[in-house]
Design a protein around this ligand. Structure first.
Ligand SMILES: C[S@@+](CC[C@H](N)C(=O)[O-])C[C@H]1O[C@@H](n2cnc3c(N)ncnc32)[C@H](O)[C@@H]1O
Length: 287
């Protein structure tokens, strides 16, 4: 197992999204409130081995890792992050400082590997996905979840469109994020030979005081100084967006929470999967 120093620089850790930002814990809580219901629904329909070893990679403030340790009381849940400052006082977790871009785990270490809202931000996302497959035991599951900002770029509203495009550009330029990468799921799991691949999505709106709205607003507020400094938006643009979001007549789809999962089945030739696709009630599964 390879671990790395928490102080190591990367696009994420030196950006406005990083954990040292004063508003970061509150912002991560807004993400958790928006995403946890989808993640929990996905785990509730997977058949997971008894006494599973579970990895939550880039666990953030740990709400899902904490839920997993309660949901599977016999499990060994490992929560990693490049910055573990928020992974404290959560019962049942093994917490580890680990850089997903450079750190590794021995082959077949876990029955479940879960990664949420991390890979879209890392340049090494495709390589990490490939390595994460090797960390899963045969019969175990890889669950990859991420946020797509695709819907916000399609809006007809000029104020929202300008702010959305600026946010995506800022993330690309200062973090290295690809905020449309989540739309490539679940194909990335099929391409890596996983079986019983499925996916589920949750639409996130702004202007309706929903958890997604709160997450969007918290992230945009945290980005404000960088948006202004990079010249992507003016204070007038930001004020116009605040007024628009407060307008009772305004609500729009801004983002999609995407969850994709697949089972790792190995034989003597390596990973093998099947790819017949069926769809059922918002939940899509290969059989
Ligand atoms: C947007 S947060 C998501 C947290 C959590 N997965 C969730 O969904 O609630 C991204 C997390 O990834 C961590 N992170 C960023 N770069 C990382 C890296 N190279 N390796 C591991 N974690 C990293 C950040 O510190 C942060 O906690």
């Amino acid at each position: 197992m390879t671990t790395t120093d928490a102080t190591e620089e990367s696009g994420y850790t030196s950006s406005y999204l990083a954990d040292q930002h004063a508003g970061q814990l509150a912002r991560l809580r807004t993400l958790e409130r928006a995403f946890d219901p989808l993640s929990q629904a996905v785990f509730n329909q997977l058949d997971i081995a008894p006494k599973p070893a579970i990895l939550d990679l880039g666990a953030g403030a740990g709400s899902l890792a904490g839920w997993l340790s309660k949901r599977y009381p016999d499990a060994m849940v490992t929560a990693t992050d490049i910055d573990t400052r928020f992974l404290v006082d959560i019962p049942g977790l093994r917490v580890m400082t680990h850089n997903a871009a450079t750190g590794d785990f021995p082959p077949a270490s876990f029955d479940v590997v879960h990664v949420r809202a991390l890979l879209c931000h890392l340049n090494e996302r495709e390589d990490i996905l490939t390595r994460a497959v090797t960390w899963v035991r045969s019969g175990g599951w890889l669950v990859i979840e991420d946020v797509s900002l695709q819907p916000s770029l399609r809006t007809a509203n000029p104020v929202f469109r300008k702010v959305a495009q600026a946010g995506v550009t800022l993330l690309e330029q200062t973090v290295g994020s690809d905020m449309l990468w989540a739309d490539t799921l679940p194909d990335g799991l099929r391409e890596r030979g996983l079986a019983r691949v499925g996916h589920r999505t949750l639409e996130g709106r702004i202007g309706d005081n929903s958890p997604a709205d709160t997450f969007w607003a918290a992230t945009t507020a945290q980005a404000e100084p960088a948006l202004l400094k990079c010249g992507l938006l003016s204070q007038g643009d930001l004020d116009a967006m605040v007024n628009l979001r407060a307008d009772p007549g305004f609500t729009e789809t801004a983002l999609t929470f995407i969850s994709a999962w697949g089972q790792v089945l190995r034989n003597e030739n390596g990973v093998r999967g099947r790819a017949r696709v069926t769809a059922a009630k918002g939940m899509h599964n290969d059989q």
